[in-house]
Design a protein around this ligand. Structure first.
Ligand SMILES: [Zn+2]
Ligand SMILES: [Zn+2]
Length: 321
């Protein structure tokens, strides 16, 4: 019954001893919440179920979740990710997450400690879908040296319709946010339209698929709560935070908000059909995390043509298991 994603819990214990400043927070939260021995109620009340899934039986949030980042993982993951397990591979990293958002949601279901009422202040157009959150540990593999497909992504290629372009991201999980919530592309399943489906979003602009897989398609306060906890932002309102980073896609593309990682305004003139461009990714402390890395900006208030996560996969590989 050992939770596979928790096997590397000993690694952060080692990190604590090395006094690596970027890992200390991670190590502290891991040891404080779990102790590295059992999974039952160890990860913020997350319990493994008989069918191998996970369920939240206690409060699951940024202060109680388990974060485990391998000592040899890139600083980007050590510095910005919470509630995930990151291990290194021959050509990149595996980011494992349990599918349970570390924030309250209507979709946890009434009676769950993480339940929150559906926000009706947004008007009658907003109605919840019938799905409930089902946790299951999955892994997004992110290449460290992604290979460009050489695409010039035009607005016409970004039509929010599945199956209209061979370079679309896979349906379902296609990336992972810095708060461990999975990122889907901008497409709704079947005949559905994301512009309609967004009315089922909870207070974190997310919802679960029929499978129970809870996910983002656009901006959310969730990842910004991580940045606030880390001291990179003072507000969690999308569009207003000093730094807005959402996550990483399976091919190595990054998803940012209305800012670059250092807080500067993106150069709108260089953005493609899904608000993407290639620049070095430098954080507020002057650390260069990626050189010449494709990333998109989800910033509905500035870049109004495309308000969602990327649709077209810029780099060659995407592995989600
Ligand atoms: Zn969706
Ligand atoms: Zn940018």
């Amino acid at each position: 019954m050992t939770h596979p994603a928790l096997r590397s819990l000993r690694v952060p214990l080692l990190l604590a001893a090395t006094a690596c400043s970027s890992s200390t927070t991670t190590a502290t939260s891991t040891t404080a919440t779990d102790g590295g021995t059992t999974t039952a109620a160890g990860d913020g009340g997350v319990t493994t179920t008989a069918d191998g899934g996970v369920t939240a039986t206690g409060l699951h949030d940024l202060t109680t979740c388990t974060t485990s980042i391998a000592a040899d993982a890139p600083a980007f993951y050590k510095k910005f990710f919470k509630c995930v397990t990151v291990t290194t591979t021959a050509d990149g990293v595996n980011v494992a997450y349990n599918g349970l958002p570390p924030h309250k949601s209507y979709y946890y279901g009434q009676g769950n400690v993480n339940f929150a009422d559906f926000d009706t202040s947004r008007g009658p157009t907003y109605k919840p879908n019938p799905n409930k959150i089902v946790g299951r540990t999955r892994t997004v593999s992110v290449p460290s040296a992604p290979v460009s497909r050489g695409l010039t992504i035009t607005p016409a290629m970004v039509d929010r319709k599945a199956g209209t372009n061979p370079n679309e991201y896979r349906m379902g999980a296609a990336g992972v946010a810095i708060d461990s919530v999975v990122i889907f592309n901008d497409q709704a399943a079947g005949q559905d339209n994301i512009d309609d489906e967004r009315f089922t979003f909870d207070s974190y602009d997310a919802h679960p698929a029929p499978s129970g897989e809870y996910h983002y398609h656009t901006t959310s306060p969730g990842p910004l709560e991580v940045l606030k906890a880390l001291g990179f932002a003072t507000t969690t309102k999308p569009g207003d935070a000093e730094v807005e980073l959402y996550g990483v896609m399976c091919d190595g593309a990054l998803v940012l908000g209305c800012t670059e990682l250092d807080g500067k305004a993106p150069d709108g003139a260089t953005l493609d059909g899904q608000n993407g461009h290639v620049t070095d990714i430098v954080d507020k402390d002057g650390v260069t995390h990626f050189t010449g890395r494709y990333h998109t900006h989800v910033c509905p208030k500035l870049f109004t043509t495309h308000k969602y996560t990327p649709e077209i996969q810029f780099y060659s590989t995407c592995t989600v298991k």
